[in-house]
Design a binder for this molecule. Structure first.
Ligand SMILES: Nc1ncnc2c1ncn2[C@@H]1O[C@H](COP(=O)(O)OP(=O)(O)OP(=O)(O)O)[C@@H](O)[C@H]1O
Ligand SMILES: [Mg+2]
Length: 347
């Protein structure tokens, strides 16, 4: 659906060259909600501006629905752009126009008939849950309502692709959630492919199927959200993942441990990581009942991503050495990643 082939993009200003994208390869399939995450300046907005060809690549090809954008005439580009909607962090609504007029703009540009525009705008207002706001002005709306209008405008042309550049960054957590739910509904109901840029991992966690992590113009890691969250490889990815999945023992627990257990040597400490199937099995129960070890759960954290449970747990095992070793073997056999932690390592 959307393909980047060896795409590089340089900007030049006053003789200074910025390499905003460096040899990017990425495939976004039809129907995906594809998240692009990275710190400020990583090149995320540049990447989406290439999808609607607001920017041209310095090198490489951007291919949309099997058409190489470099090779299209202006007319063909206009057609492709009509099938791409975009929403922004600051909504970009025209302040002097009513909500109705803002949503109608793309349809007026297409020279649609008045009755068709009227019907479509009211349909869209209903869809985004603001059927009663047609005659309001943007300044009379809350941030969340403005973004709903931005979304309605982006959907006016029945796009195949929706680009969201930090669309929830100016909103509070509850409003963010409602906008993400709306984007999910758009994806599911209309099979619109969504490319969603963010610097917040919880946004990716909530609705994305796939994610690409960007740093300094490069994609450093990409794949299914559950795989990237479960096994982040690059340090930057690990930093992002740690903002939503807490896999460190809280400091209070560490202090307690050092005080109470640090001196004893018949207790071993482990970090267990669960992903998907392994998270739904009663493995800890099995250790207690069958492996005859005492399990002390120090800290556990679980998240649900794309209907998969992902979690980490810190436990102490107490018992006979062979039973503990047997327990570890059992856990690994059941897909749990087990790492032993030395008591002396944790302070
Ligand atoms: N029009 C431009 N002219 C010159 N340099 C630009 C232009 N647009 C972006 N850049 C530079 O390209 C790099 C990537 O910018 P980009 O806006 O794509 O980053 P971003 O990941 O979207 O960042 P943010 O999270 O802050 O929005 C930055 O170094 C930026 O300064
Ligand atoms: Mg940006």
């Amino acid at each position: 659906m959307i393909k980047f082939e060896n795409v590089s993009k340089q900007y030049e200003r006053n003789g200074i060259i910025t390499q905003a994208l460096h040899n990017v390869n990425l495939t976004i399939d039809k129907g995906d909600i594809y998240g692009i995450i990275g710190y400020s300046g990583a090149g995320k907005s540049t990447l989406v501006r290439l999808i609607n060809y607001l920017e041209q690549p310095t090198q490489g090809h951007v291919i949309i629905q099997n058409q190489d954008l470099n090779q299209l005439s202006n007319n063909e580009l206009r057609h492709i752009r009509q099938k791409i909607g975009m929403i922004f962090q600051h909504f970009n609504l025209l302040q002097t126009k009513t909500v109705f007029e803002n949503i109608a703009i793309p349809l007026i540009l297409l020279k649609e008939k008045k009755q068709i525009i009227q019907k479509r705008v009211y349909e869209l207002l209903e869809f985004v849950g603001l059927g009663d706001k047609a005659h309001s002005y943007p300044k009379e709306l809350s941030g969340g309502q403005k973004q709903r209008i931005g979304i309605a405008r982006a959907l006016a042309n029945n796009p195949d692709i929706l680009l969201c550049d930090e669309a929830t960054s100016a909103l509070d957590p509850q409003t963010t959630q409602s906008i993400l739910d709306l984007i999910k509904k758009i994806n599911e109901q209309y099979q619109i492919t969504v490319v969603l840029i963010t610097h917040e991992m919880h946004v990716i966690e909530q609705i994305c199927h796939k994610v690409a992590v960007m740093e300094k113009g490069k994609i450093i890691e990409c794949g299914n959200v559950i795989d990237v969250f479960g096994h982040p490889k690059h340090q930057t990815t690990k930093n992002f993942v740690s903002t939503v999945i807490n896999d460190q023992i809280p400091i209070g627990v560490v202090e307690n441990l050092l005080e109470i257990e640090g001196k004893k040597d018949n207790i071993r400490l482990f970090k267990l990581e669960f992903l998907g199937r392994s998270a739904s099995q009663p493995v800890v129960n099995e250790l207690i009942l069958q492996r005859k070890v005492i399990v002390n759960i120090l800290f556990a954290h679980m998240s649900e991503i794309q209907k998969n449970v992902l979690g980490s747990m810190f436990i102490q095992l107490k018992g006979r050495e062979d039973n503990i070793n047997d327990s570890i073997h059992y856990l690994r056999e059941h897909g749990v990643q087990v790492t032993e932690i030395n008591h002396s390592e944790i302070n």
